[in-house]
Design a protein around this ligand. Sequence first.
Ligand code: ZN
Length: 137
Amino acid sequence: MTRYHGSCFCGAVRFEAECDLSQGTSRCNCRFCRKMRYWEIRLPDPASFRLVAGRDHLAETPRSQDDGLDMHHWFCATCGTRLWTEGNLSEIGGHFVMVCINALDDASEAELIAAPVHHADGARDAWADPAPETRHL
Ligand SMILES: [Zn+2]
């Protein structure tokens, strides 16, 4: 387990989080993830997430199709960097935090290249299933 430091492009928002990139990351082919180019990792312990700076700069993507899910996608309102997703879904075991890998400052290129990626088939509401095509994600 590594304690990573994350931030947005302009540096207004900074956070820390513990995860192990070798344990797997995820991308998804749903409409939202395609727009946002999401690449995330779920923290084994959501309590390891700590916002260090920039609470006033945070903005949340409005959920245009309100499906009633407790899920919040945070980004920096100043520079637009996607930062993390948090929420509470019983389907995946309750409270979760998923950090955007693009925001991790001290993950090495070698770690990123080696990190396994699960491409979820969210476009068909089948997140546990592999997406049939991944080259465009
Ligand atoms: Zn920023």
